[in-house]
Design a protein around this ligand. Sequence first.
Ligand code: GLU
Length: 503
Amino acid sequence: MNKEVRVRFAPSPTGGLHLGGVRTALFNYLFAKKHNGTFILRVEDTDQTRFVEGAEEYIVDCLAWCGIAPDESPQKPGAFGPYRQSERKPSYRQYAEQLVNSGYAYYAFDTAEELTAKRAQEPNFLYGQKSRMQMRNSLTLTQSEVSELLAQNAPHVIRIKMPANEQVTFTDMIRGEVTFDTNLVDDKVLLKADGMPTYHLAVVVDDRAMQISHIFRGEEWLPSAPIHLLLWEYLGWGDEMPNWAHLPLILKPDGNGKLSKRDGDRLGFPVYAMNWTDPKTGDLTKGFKELGFMPEAFVNLLALLGWNDGTDKEIFTLNELIDSFSVERISKAGAKFDFEKAKWFNHEWIKNSPVEQLIANVQTELSSAGITVTDGEKLATAIALVKDRCTLLSDFVSQLGYFFVAPQDYDISAIAPKWTAEKTNFFETFAQTLNIDASAAELETEFKALAESKSLKAGEVMLPLRMMLVGGKFGPGVFDIVKFLGKEETQKRIAYCLSKLNA
Ligand code: GLU
């Protein structure tokens, strides 16, 4: 790589951050870190109509949660600012006018009403080669009419003049050579009536100003590539052009089209990285974070959507991803999103994470469920006992809450029908004689021996013991639970259930 690697993630602050957006950020980040480059966050906020309050902070928080830290951003400006497009507003007009003066763009004075009328007449109307000479623009008006309209501040936009019969070709880092026919591309607006650039102009001006070397962005931007390529040429920057890579789409689980937020709502899984509340409607859309995903797992599963290292390895830390990442191994084909597989990643991460890494998250989950645990050591022991059983961080509440708070609901009906006085007697004796200093294995042996002495099968009393301590048919080894609860609490729970069973 001969030029310094500078890449950017360039989201528009229009709402929640889709997992595809995070994957784009991640691939940019991995590429930058792999090549000792710079990862930039640039906020593309020139579309005032779509701007949403709070969306920028939310994007910053999502990246921070994922551990994808920008080297330069609006919050951490480097030498290539501003990092919010709207703050660069004064500089765009000069480039748009430069394009008009060199014949690559033109002023268009058509009003919104005129355009609506035109579209009503011609449903497939495109402002471009076939139609531009019938419209009100600097190609059809005289020089003096144009000057007069401009002097009067008549509302106008600047449009690119797409050339006829040209093939625009570039080499995409993932797709290889891609060619576009300019006859199929319309005359996109570059500068809007409010003086703001459109995405097409802003992206080119900013990528150059920020000396971006490589662009990783979603495949949905591929149709815009010919416009951007021509703008780089027309502005005289052709030999500074960055390299492009259009990342494969993330598809719905059935592979039928791009995964949208609505698919998540329909199929019951999150699509956003973190909870997002629409400031206008107050609607909350759930995110992976709040559902109980570890950021390490989220990043890991995103990396594997459209990339692999060429082996069967699936579990990667962020640093391992940086080491293994290569553009050659990004696939062209869309990647189907599979929520069960996403949960599998999280389960692997929870299972394999040291307790110290989980403890803060588990504390948060417990306290939002109203369970306060002050003894860090006890919590660590409980986590170690149940972490293999948790797929989501939120599962820790049900999987270990009973270690700290006696169960509220007992599934008594599961044991009541076969309850006998002998069983009551057995449990009373067990509770009284409980030798808590014995190991879990010794306790089990003693428990079984006691059952035998009372002519009961161990299997008949094992499940009831679990029910009494845990409230249900789940949890780790029941004698580990006894050890954890201690003598007094074990006795209390047994006595409580016996009173219910004998009521
Ligand atoms: N602002 C665009 C978006 O929201 C950025 C596209 C690009 O990376 O060029 O995705």
